[in-house]
Design a protein around this ligand. Structure first.
Ligand code: SF4
Length: 354
């Protein structure tokens, strides 16, 4: 990653923010926080790290979004647990983040303290134990890697005592924003209580700094499975070239690109939202140019808690009684035969009327 400092010290950056009354107002509502590591890589205004972490006056001007865009507060059957899908639960184990991403879906909890004490851990573990269909527990927050190792071990031990919990995932941005904060004691726990999938939040190739790359390689050498989640962000990564470089780099680092996420409808983040038509076009270009292993799923989380929907660009141009026609990467039309008078069924499943 190229090192270009727009400010010579973190204090200069803070002075810049504090000298603008509009930004001061924003930070009262949504605090500003970056790590020294990120500061090191902040380029000038509008650059990828700047745009993601430095407050913007637009955050208070736009009010078309929601504080709780995924309706999580209504899906919480136990303290800090969100149970939306039968087979998965999301456990918010901390509200702490090393740096605050301005587009965060959970901006609403930045000023809130999530307590994960013994009684909260027991409540969550008991709830999960009593729900036999839960196979997958996702530890999130905040940044799940910021929970103290002792607490993390209590959580993992509790979960591993539940037979029906097969997979544990941990969502984190710490390896990107503060790689030194990923301590050996936690990595030992990830090995001890495996399989634990680490879901890295990474949005731009510049985030793969030498320090982050070293850490990811180390984690891969330890046998820790990793996948990535990328938020599609206007002015940051809404281009085929940037995402192609990101996904190929991640794959080379043994991180499977998993999700490309359409922005949630979060209050004060409209300036980050990419039109769906653009997202789908980028996905189509990626599909034509990357192997399946480097391709994430393009996902949209329905406002209000309806759950995730996969967005897929359509390559279908026509369906008749006997054939389905596709446009290939060169623009040539090719067809595949239909069987058993399935034309209407195929149209219905694909949701097209061609
Ligand atoms: S690390 Fe995740 S939870 Fe924390 S501010 Fe960024 S997006 Fe939000």
């Amino acid at each position: 990653m190229k090192e270009v400092k727009a400010f010579s010290s973190k204090k200069d950056l803070l002075d810049f923010i504090n000298s603008d009354p509009a930004l001061v107002k924003v930070t009262r509502e949504y605090p500003f926080r970056v790590t020294s590591h990120l500061f090191h890589y902040i380029d000038g205004p509008g650059s990828p790290i700047w745009r993601q972490f430095v407050p913007s006056s637009e955050e208070l001007l736009e009010d078309d979004g929601l504080d709780d865009p995924l309706g999580e507060e209504h899906l919480s059957p136990a303290t800090n647990l969100i149970h939306r899908y039968q087979d998965r639960v999301l456990w918010l184990v901390t509200s702490a983040c090393a740096a605050f991403c301005r587009f965060c879906t959970r901006k609403r909890i930045w000023n809130r303290r999530i307590v994960t004490n013994n009684s909260v851990i027991n409540e969550a573990v008991n709830y999960i134990a009593a729900h036999g269909k839960v196979r997958d527990v996702i530890l999130s927050g905040g940044d799940s890697f910021l929970i103290p190792a002792k607490k993390l071990e209590e959580i993992l031990k509790g979960l591993r005592n539940i037979k029906h919990v097969a997979i544990i995932r941990m969502g984190t941005r710490l390896p990107i924003v503060h790689p030194k904060g990923v301590t050996t004691d936690k990595l030992i726990l990830l090995q001890k209580y495996q399989p634990i999938f680490v879901m890295l939040h990474v949005n731009h190739p510049v985030e793969l700094s030498p320090e982050t790359v070293r850490l990811i390689n180390h984690m891969a050498d330890l046998g820790i499975p990793m996948a990535s989640q990328t938020v599609l962000l206007k002015g940051v990564n809404d281009s085929f070239e940037v995402l192609k470089e990101l996904f190929l780099s991640l794959l080379s680092l043994r991180v499977r690109p998993y999700y490309l996420l359409q922005m949630d409808v979060v209050k004060g983040t409209y300036h980050f939202r990419v039109p769906l038509s653009k997202g789908l076009q980028i996905m189509m270009n990626l599909r034509h140019n990357l192997s399946g292993l480097a391709m994430p799923h393009y996902m949209l989380d329905l406002p209000g808690g309806g759950g995730k929907i996969e967005l897929t660009p359509s390559f279908v141009v026509k369906i008749d009684d006997e054939k389905i026609f596709f446009k290939d990467r060169s623009g040539k039309i090719s067809w595949y035969p239909l069987v058993d008078d399935e034309s209407d069924k195929v149209k219905s499943v694909l949701g097209v009327n061609l």
